[in-house]
Design a protein around this ligand. Structure first.
Ligand SMILES: NC(=O)c1ccc[n+]([C@@H]2O[C@H](COP(=O)([O-])OP(=O)(O)OC[C@H]3O[C@@H](n4cnc5c(N)ncnc54)[C@H](OP(=O)(O)O)[C@@H]3O)[C@@H](O)[C@H]2O)c1
Length: 239
């Protein structure tokens, strides 16, 4: 499979790339930074790993940079919408500029990429798959995460509707909903804040990045052929 992954440079996106590569798939990764960790994957899996730098805040560049320059003439089997930015503040402090920037990366870009991915799949007669990475914050409230959580709620609604609209072509759309993981995104949290979050989970611990990435690979696989329009929680049991 040819897999387009956003936010491939680090964290969950990098792990998703690793897990797909271990199963023999080819990765087309995008993010702003071309990191040493991603370059390591390129050297380990020559001819299977490709990278393009793009700032997903600039929605006007998506067609040109990703679909004309990067994956031109490539048939995409799977799109993983993983790149996102956090917006940590209480609602009475919300700032229109920051809100718009967050929506550009977390919602507008993924919707536009989905548009071109669907066109690519239809053109190449591929029964492909779209997988969005959401967040448990869209399902259970956390102080300071309302704006960020709202972007994830938007993506979950978009995924369900994509599944309904394009299912007749054999195209699936699903969401993986992770709990809190130890990545750069959560690095501003103090140990005490993290402990409080982990205490809310059944397993009393952080969500494993590897478990999230392996779930993404499972959803993209033949084993999940009848799963679409779904949300799969991988969150240490935040119930
Ligand atoms: N960490 C958590 O606790 C947690 C919990 C639930 C859900 N999630 C979700 O899991 C996914 C991955 O998060 P993570 O924890 O791995 O975050 P992360 O470590 O902060 O990584 C974010 C990724 O997105 C890319 N990115 C950010 N802004 C971008 C932009 N403007 N243009 C292009 N790429 C951009 C980053 O690459 P560059 O900086 O190189 O551009 C990076 O590869 C996200 O959808 C997040 O919302 C995370």
């Amino acid at each position: 499979m040819n897999v387009l992954v956003t936010g491939c440079s680090r964290g969950v996106g990098l792990e998703i790339c690793k897990q797909f590569l271990e199963k023999g798939h080819t990765i087309y990764g995008v993010s702003r930074t071309y990191t040493d960790e991603f370059k390591l994957l390129e050297s380990k899996y020559p001819e299977k790993v490709f990278f393009k730098s793009i700032d997903l805040k600039d929605v006007s560049n998506i067609k040109e940079i990703i679909f004309k320059e990067f994956i031109k003439n490539i048939s995409i089997n799977c799109f993983v919408n993983n790149a996102a930015i956090a917006y940590d503040d209480i609602i009475t402090n919300v700032n229109a500029y920051n809100l718009e920037e967050t929506y550009k990366v977390n919602v507008f870009s993924p919707i536009l990429i989905t548009k071109y991915v669907l066109r690519n799949m239809i053109l190449n007669k591929v029964k492909g798959n779209i997988i969005h990475i959401s967040s448990v914050s869209a399902h259970t409230g956390y102080n300071g995460l309302a704006m960020y959580a709202s972007t994830k709620g938007a993506i979950e609604a978009f995924s369900k509707n994509t599944a309904r609209e394009w299912g007749r072509y054999g195209i699936r759309s699903n969401v993986v909903v992770p709990g809190f993981m130890d990545t750069d995104m959560s690095s501003d949290l103090s140990d005490e804040q993290k402990e409080r979050i982990y205490k809310r989970t059944s397993l009393k611990k952080a969500t494993s990045i590897e478990s999230v990435a392996k779930t993404v690979v499972f959803i993209a696989s033949e084993a999940a052929l009848s799963i679409t329009g779904e949300k799969i929680h991988v969150d240490s049991g935040t119930i």
